[in-house]
Design a protein around this ligand. Structure first.
Ligand code: ADP
Ligand code: MG
Ligand code: MG
Length: 934
């Protein structure tokens, strides 16, 4: 049998179904499901889907089609004609169709659609007759076809780079001109004669601009449309989008050809889009917009203000407009019924497109709706409560990184609903921000230093702008994509950012910008950005800080996550304040407490001075004296943190950075040190100089300091153990884990362990305790340490993978200098991800697997965790789960993300176990079959 390339749907039947997304694309599969599934059978205009395999064939065979295709299309077309009682290209009773793209995964706005295909000078007469002489409607449909067709098929798909303005823009401007001349604002105010003239003019424009006439032959239009959809798969925007979203280029797109239904047939017709629940906050209420007497694209185009479908879909602009419920209660109820059926069937929030033609409702699309983080959490927990989904499904419904949105300040949803954005761009950095618009980096710095909140607005940013970007509340660029400089930098900082906002045009004098809608924002005027959605607002909207403690859905989801995860979640925190935040977010311990933190920031003057004194000491006696003075500070610090943690494990890393980092630069500070050490400045300079290293990252740091200066190790361990002992004696709990950094040999560990053992004995004796709970372990951050794991585990009671350094040393990439070449590596696909953000599972991951296996073989029950940045990256968390770590540790704000990611890893295991159970049975059944044949 010939291969099936065309799948029909309509009249209560469909060749395909929802599970065939790979073949039919998302849109096609769902159209088939809506049309044909017995539980649905919704009124879907009949049509057919040309499969993604044809797209693949098309690109593999110099843009030609398989030979069976034409015949199969003809058959499907005849099927539609029979159902509709109309004929494609018929002068008396013409069938019109739309040609719609549809990839496996939706690529919003990336690909093309052509409506009203089949209209020409002859068929339009039939259309007028069909509609009882509605000339206005027919010519409205015709001018739309000419515009879409010339833009999508004749210009874009043909690869014509317009010199100056593109054909669509020219036509838009012409249309605006006609409206202006006539003194009207809306398209609907144009009459049949106006539209007729526009059609004539459009055709002239096509010929003059594109050098070819608009094709009159309906079949040529149809195939032109099909080809254009395939060609749009390899359009620049689509390729860029796939790269960011990691959608494989090989997938290809399907094409849907579907009977046209008309929302623009008059005041009893309409078109709209709706969500089965509110995608902005998750509320279980039907939410959507519609436009009377309009065709699909008008709702999104923003030329007319759409009306709300019901009371709670209203915003400030649409408050006075008639809702669909008021306009046509019966149709509204019907649509609301479909909404319920669709949700029940798909068990998820649906995003739907509908059209009303002369009082009759049609469904044109449904798909799982996109939602923001808060809505995702609310919907998952609501649907679980409604028993629409089970707990594992609820957990899988929220992308861990979406939780980040819940942790950032956001625009108050009420304020946002009450207004409309003036422009839309790409959401490069989530959260909300408001500030005064400034247009140069220098101004941003100047204004910010005066205490002003600013938002930097640029066409693009470059490394010279970084200072201004940093001092701004947010960044808005008119050009550039999700991987532009602005986007990368903002994401790195967690700053609110919108890029590629082509809706705005910055004035040449860099003092204002103008939006497509006509708003002008001058320097110093307030704007507010929603970086999660890419929306720009005029004025200063209220921002809301997060209150996760009272966020019930969030708390519910986290509780659920804790039931399914195996990994423990700890935090990297250095201060009692950070620690308290992390505990609130659910941290079960500290995975990395950096001793050196106490020498930075608030209240660090005195300890820093003492540390410097210690560093600049020459003799052991001098150093010991300085260390003795430092001791109470360190002890107090450790005690405070362990106390807050109340018995949860606290991994304390001994002094890690190269000492030279702490040598002061200012003359005053140097003098003060010289006086305190009783040496002259020349001597001090000499000592400082001797600490300088060529390659400090690989120099005298970490355990190496402890080897050269055992007294430094001794002081720190004593401080930790005495702090713990005092807590224990006071009836409190302490659970320290002492971690030796930058090790590569067990002999280093043994050398330091001797100090640990001695101090432990002394502290126990001093405090009258038989023993103290404490673990002695190491960070695995040098590749050799991973390779030597078997021997390292002989002494170490735990491993904590320091994956920042392990990645740096494993790749030989300086993590501070990666910016100069990583973008090229990603662009050329030499690397798929930034290995500092997501663990390189193949290489660095192999070191980790090896280290864990060898370590655990040598010491049963070896505790293993991770404390690099990766501990908060969802993909990496899943990896940590798979390799059997005990915990991941991440920054406080990433704790909820890690909790959810760990739960999803647990759920994935459960699901895999389930399918594994099923499989043997399936195999048996398969084995039986041939036996029967005998
Ligand atoms: P996208 O994937 O960009 O949403 P669509 O294929 O859904 O593109 O089409 C764009 C618009 O055209 C939608 O609003 C849709 O409702 C409308 N449309 C598409 N096909 C038809 C049709 N057969 N009849 C009426 N409107 C249609
Ligand atoms: Mg659509
Ligand atoms: Mg390190």
């Amino acid at each position: 049998m010939a291969k099936k390339y065309v799948y029909f749907f309509g009249g209560g039947k469909a060749d395909g179904n929802e599970s065939m997304k790979n073949l039919l694309g998302g849109k096609g599969a769902n159209l088939a499901e809506m049309a044909g599934h017995p539980a649905l059978r919704l009124p879907v205009p009949p049509g057919f889907t040309v499969t993604t395999e044809v797209c693949t064939y098309y690109y593999d065979h110099k843009r030609t089609y398989p030979k069976e295709l034409a015949g199969q299309v003809k058959t499907a077309l005849a099927q539609i004609e029979k159902l509709m009682g109309k004929k494609f290209g018929d002068p008396k009773n013409p069938l019109l169709v739309s040609v719609r793209s549809g990839a496996r995964r939706s690529m919003p706005g990336m690909m093309e659609t052509v409506l009203n295909v089949g209209l020409n000078e002859t068929t339009i007469k039939g259309l007028i007759q069909q509609t009882g002489g509605n000339e206005r409607f027919a010519y409205d449909a015709y001018r739309r076809l000419i515009m879409m067709y010339s833009d999508v098929v004749m210009e874009k798909a043909a690869g014509i780079e317009p010199k100056g303005k593109g054909i669509r823009k020219l036509m838009d401007e012409y249309l605006e001109g006609v409206k202006k001349a006539k003194g009207v604002e809306s398209d609907t105010d144009l009459d049949a004669d106006d539209l007729k003239k526009i059609v004539v003019e459009y055709k002239k424009m096509v010929k003059a601009t594109l050098g070819k006439a608009f094709p009159e032959d309906p079949m040529e239009q149809l195939w032109g449309g099909v080809g254009a959809v395939f060609a749009s798969w390899n359009g620049k925007r689509a390729i860029e989008y796939r790269r960011i979203e990691k959608i494989p280029h090989e997938w290809g797109t399907a094409v849907n050809v579907q009977t046209m239904v008309f929302g623009n047939m008059g005041d009893d017709s309409a078109t709209g889009v709706a969500f089965s629940r509110n995608p902005g906050n998750g509320e279980n209420r039907f939410y959507g917009e519609y436009l009377v007497n309009a065709q699909g694209e008008d709702v999104v185009a923003g030329t007319r203000t759409p009306a709300p479908i019901n009371e709670w879909s209203k915003n400030d602009h649409s408050r006075k407009l008639k809702t669909l419920e008021e306009w046509h209660p019966e149709l509204y109820r019907q649509l609301d019924g479909y909404r319920t059926r669709l949700e029940k069937h798909y068990k998820d929030m649906q995003d739907i497109e509908f059209t009303i033609e002369k009082g009759k409702l049609f469904m044109l699309q449904c798909r799982v709706g996109k939602r923001n983080g808060a809505a995702a959490v609310a919907m998952a927990t609501d649907m679980l409560r409604e028993k629409l989904i089970d707990a594992p499904t609820a957990l899988m419904r929220v992308a861990p990184n979406q939780l980040f949105e819940l942790l950032l300040p956001m625009i108050d949803p009420k304020a946002e609903l009450a207004t409309s954005p003036i422009a839309k761009g790409l959401p490069a950095g989530p959260g909300g921000a408001r500030g005064r618009a400034v247009f140069t980096s220098a101004d941003a710095v100047k204004w910010a230093e005066k205490g002003e909140k600013v938002i930097l607005v640029r066409e693009e940013t470059s490394p010279e702008d970084v200072d201004g970007m940093h001092k701004s509340q947010a960044i808005l660029t008119s050009k550039g994509g999700m991987t532009s400089h602005a986007a990368l930098v903002a994401r790195g900082w967690g700053k609110c950012c919108i890029v590629g906002c082509s809706d705005i045009e910055i004035a040449d004098d860099h003092k204002s910008f103008k939006t497509k809608k006509g708003n002008v924002v001058k320097e110093g005027e307030w704007i507010t950005l929603n970086g999660t959605k890419g929306l720009v607002y005029e004025g200063s909207l209220t921002l809301k800080d997060v209150d996760l403690e009272h966020n019930k859905p969030f708390q519910e989801l986290m509780k659920l996550a804790d039931k399914f995860r195996k990994l423990n979640i700890r935090t990297n925190a250095d201060t009692p304040k950070d620690t308290a935040i992390a505990i609130k977010f659910g941290a079960e311990g500290i995975g990395l407490f950096r001793t050196e933190h106490m020498f930075y920031g608030e209240g660090s003057d005195k300890p820093l001075f003492l540390l410097r004194k210690m560093i600049m000491s020459k003799s052991v006696e001098e150093r010991r004296k300085a260390l003795d003075e430092l001791f109470p500070f360190v002890k107090k610090d450790m005690k405070a943190t362990m106390e807050v943690m109340a018995g949860r494990p606290v991994t304390i890393r001994l002094l890690d950075p190269p000492l030279h980092e702490f040598v002061p630069h200012s003359e005053d500070k140097l003098k003060e040190l010289a006086v305190s050490l009783k040496v002259d400045m020349a001597e001090l300079a000499k000592r400082a100089d001797s600490l300088r290293e060529n390659n400090p990252m690989l120099g005298h740091r970490g355990v190496r300091l402890g080897v050269t200066y055992p007294e430094i190790t001794e002081m720190q361990i004593r401080a930790i153990l005495e702090a713990a002992a005092e807590l224990v004696k006071a009836g409190k709990k302490a659970n320290p884990e002492i971690m030796i950094p930058v090790t590569c040999a067990v002999t280093e560990l043994d050398d330091q362990k001797a100090i640990y053992d001695t101090v432990m004995k002394e502290v126990c004796a001093k405090c009258g305790l038989r023993k103290l709970p404490c673990l002695y372990g190491t960070m695995i951050e040098i590749p050799r340490a991973a390779l030597m794991a078997a021997s390292m585990a002989g002494t170490a009671e735990f491993f904590s993978f320091g994956t920042n350094d392990l990645t740096q040393m494993g790749f030989g990439f300086s993590r501070d200098d990666i910016g100069s070449f990583l973008p090229d590596y990603l662009e050329k696909k030499i690397l798929v991800d930034d290995p500092f953000q997501t663990i390189d599972q193949d290489g660095i991951g192999e070191l980790i697997r090896f280290g864990i296996d060898r370590g655990r073989a040598a010491r049963k029950g070896l505790k293993v965790g991770i404390c690099g940045e990766h501990g908060g990256d969802p993909e990496s968390v899943v990896f940590c789960h798979k390799v059997g770590m005990n915990y991941v540790s991440c920054s406080p704000f990433r704790v909820p993300i890690a909790r959810l990611a760990a739960a999803q890893a647990g759920v994935a295991d459960l699901l895999a176990a389930k399918t594994a159970k099923k499989k043997p049975a399936a195999k048996k059944a398969a084995a039986k079959k041939p036996a029967k044949k005998k």
